[in-house]
Design a protein around this ligand. Structure first.
Ligand code: OGA
Ligand code: NI
Length: 249
């Protein structure tokens, strides 16, 4: 955890640099995506010494966004007809991460993306963005990329893959990407809400029945996440793991 600048999304290098840190330090993830390997890896933050207030400011912001995240999870549970705390247990040892994104101006913005098209793997993502713009979501009806216009003092909430599976597709995760421009740098701050690594993600039992059978096979969140991340830093020939790999047809 800390600074890095060579993430690949869908096997193409992103035009960005980032600083990542965990809200729970340390956090735990599987050491490898292999199912037979049960070794666990400990992750911890690496904070720079300067600027001196950096760590404190980041942690204070992260704590507030964490409270908002739980509030949203509670509202989503209620909207599905479940008790408000139904999802909380999945986050006891959460692996939630906050990211500072910096997208430098790009001399050929038509040839690069800040972040290539993707869906967020976790439950929810809460994003703060500056006034530059660049985030786009894919509209399902006509597959057009629609800009998410920056609104002052507002946050963008993305539903991620985990909620799509838990809700058996009552909610759908949104496909999105970030375009860059040749004039202005852009900053954004997503907080990715990830469950505990050992959570088996599957459609919630209360939501499935004969008329609405489960649309996904259970999968281990940590293994899924590590498999997806493993391909994030190298160019592979194949697409990385997706929830569609667990879809029951
Ligand atoms: C991401 C992401 C959006 C943004 O980092 O997963 O989609 O506005 N970022 O920077
Ligand atoms: Ni994203």
């Amino acid at each position: 955890m800390g600074y890095h600048e060579s993430e690949h999304t869908k096997n193409v290098r992103d035009w960005k640099e980032v600083f990542d840190f965990l809200i729970k330090d340390p956090s735990f993830l599987p050491a490898s995506p292999e199912t037979e390997d049960d070794e666990i890896r400990t992750l911890s933050n690496q904070w720079p010494e300067t600027p001196p207030q950096f760590r404190e400011v980041c942690q204070t912001y992260a704590r507030e966004v964490e409270k908002l995240g739980y509030k949203l999870l509670e509202l989503i549970s209620l909207s599905l007809g479940l008790p408000s705390n139904r999802l909380n247990g999945y986050f006891e040892d959460h692996t939630t991460m906050m990211r500072l994104n910096h997208y430098p101006p790009c001399p050929c913005p038509e040839l690069a993306l800040g972040v290539g098209r993707h869906k967020d793997a976790g439950a929810l993502t809460i994003v703060a963005q500056d006034d530059v713009g660049g985030l786009q979501v894919r509209r399902k009806s006509d597959e057009v990329w629609v800009p998410v216009k920056p609104t002052p003092n507002a946050l963008v909430i993305n539903v991620g893959d985990t909620i799509q599976v838990w809700s058996n597709e009552a909610y759908e995760s949104v496909e999105h990407r970030v375009v860059v421009n040749s004039e202005r740098e852009r900053f954004s701050i997503p907080v990715f809400f990830f469950p505990s690594h050992y959570v088996m993600v599957k459609p919630l039992e209360e939501l499935v029945n004969e008329g609405n059978p489960p649309k996904y096979k259970p999968y281990n969140f940590g293994k899924f996440f590590v498999a997806r991340n493993r391909s994030d830093y190298k160019k592979l020939e194949v697409q990385n793991i997706q929830i569609s790999d667990f879809k029951i047809i």
